[in-house]
Write a protein that binds this ligand. Structure first.
Ligand SMILES: Cc1ncc(COP(=O)(O)O)c(C=O)c1O
Length: 438
């Protein structure tokens, strides 16, 4: 009889242990902090939020931090604060969650996509440069799935062409690139803090920067009650007290209270995650055809929190076995999260190039100020388009539980060792990425 569970053998992971994956972790201090806000009725206040922002900025080593109700809002105000608006373009990697770039459309800008690098899955500096035009105002660099983007060449290109740099740190809060905190290398960092993220406050977003000008501009977007904080920015007479973005970006203080507690325990939590994930990585590293998505090539660079961990799958090392069939066998072994793919490449969505989003324009919103075809401007992005054929999920362990993790290692080893048995039933299906995951 086959050893593989798919064909009736014993499962490598007989039971799913929820504790291994449960996230976010809530401790007594957090519960009490949340209850205190509830009891005081001060959900719409600002004092706890200001403390949270101050502590967050201190953690990042920057001068300013500004919280919002979600990461999408923080990213939009980051775009606004570096000057993204009518008549300009932003460049975004295609392989990311939509909120890295779609908010720019709401500001009147066109989104042009660039490709990612095959090993980091983050913005490719060469593709970034190739997509710059005189209208490019900003680039959004996403530290995708926790992996730092190669910021040195990206910053070089950006400075050369006068392009502002926004770092989307939603997947990598607390991470480092060559010893520097992610989100502090470009002009402004922004991140999501929704429940699934490594740094979680339930729902929330944070913008952070060393630039007073960026911070003040961000305040004008949706923090209308804090306009009095503005010192340097010259506001037109009378307009200052209203939110220029027409948005209200005040975060619920329950989330800010959670954030303050989270700051105290986050570093120790991510060091446990790092230990668990590295233990798993070491357990599978000699399997030909599998390689973890991990920053090997630079010193002092981390995958803080290992958000939505992935590995690369090389089907030629498994006799041409499709990634989806390999993942099916893993799921039969009890690896629930084994599946193919990552985000669907955004440049293939016609929303960015063909749809008249707000109606009444009579042509695609992307052609608001430029009649040329937006999709053609992006062109084909081969690495992003092929990513779903070579990226496979890995369990995102949140606890270091050696024996439990050993079972998962055994599952990958078993499926790899018996891969030839899977070839017969392989329908060669492609993994489909989704626009809305991660
Ligand atoms: C890369 C990335 N950017 C931005 C966001 C948007 O953040 P939020 O969901 O908090 O609005 C997310 C996901 O949630 C994301 O994964």
């Amino acid at each position: 009889m086959s050893e593989l569970a798919l064909f009736g053998g014993p499962r490598a992971v007989p039971e799913y242990n929820e504790e291994l994956f449960h996230w976010p972790r809530v401790n007594k201090e957090m519960e009490e902090a949340v209850l205190a806000v509830l009891r005081s009725g001060d959900m719409s206040g600002i004092g706890i939020t200001r403390r949270f922002e101050k502590e967050f900025a201190r953690w990042m080593g920057v001068d300013y931090a500004l919280a919002s109700p979600n990461g999408t809002g923080s990213l939009q105000e980051a775009m606004f604060s570096v000057g993204v608006g009518m008549n300009c373009e932003i460049i975004s990697p295609s392989l990311t969650y939509w909120a890295s770039c779609l908010p720019a459309v709401g500001l009147g800008a066109r989104v042009v996509f660039a490709d990612v690098e095959p090993d980091t899955l983050c913005l490719d500096p060469e593709s970034f440069e190739a997509h710059i035009t005189p209208r490019t105002k900003a680039v959004v660099v996403v530290h995708y799935l926790g992996h730092p983007a190669d910021m040195d060449p990206i910053m070089e290109v950006a400075r050369k062409h006068g392009v502002r740099v926004i770092e989307d740190v939603s997947h990598a809060q607390g991470g480092f690139y060559k010893g520097r905190r992610l989100g502090t290398i470009g002009d402004v960092g922004a991140c999501s803090m929704m429940s699934g993220k490594s740094f979680s406050v339930g729902e929330g977003g944070m913008l952070y920067t060393n630039s007073r000008a960026v911070y003040e501009k961000a305040l004008t977007f949706g923090h209308y009650e804090r306009i009095d904080e503005i010192e340097d920015l010259k506001l037109p007479e009378g307009a200052g007290k209203l939110p220029w973005g027409g948005c209200k970006h005040r975060i619920n203080q329950i989330a800010s209270a959670m954030g303050l507690c989270q700051l105290k325990k986050y570093e120790s939590e991510i060091s446990e995650i790092d230990r668990a994930m590295k233990y798993f990585r070491d357990g599978v590293k000699d399997i030909p055809g599998l390689r973890m998505h991990y920053p090997e090539k630079w010193p002092n660079s981390t995958k803080a929190g290992w958000y939505a961990a992935k590995m690369f799958y090389d089907s030629s090392a498994f006799g041409g076995l499709s990634l989806t069939r390999f993942a099916e066998a893993l799921r039969a072994e009890g690896v629930r999260e084994a599946g193919g793919g990552c985000n669907a490449p955004l440049h293939l969505s016609t929303l960015f190039s063909k749809v008249d989003i707000y109606g009444g324009l009579g042509r695609p919103t992307a052609n608001l100020f430029d009649p040329s075809d937006a999709a053609a401007q992006t062109g084909s992005l081969p690495v992003s388009e092929a990513a779903n054929d070579r990226v496979i999920s890995v369990p995102s362990f949140r606890r270091f539980m050696r024996e439990e993790i050993d079972r998962y290692i055994e599952a990958y080893r078993k499926v790899a060792a018996n891969c030839r048995e899977l070839l017969a039933g392989d329908r060669g299906e492609k993994a489909e990425g989704k626009f809305f995951q991660f």
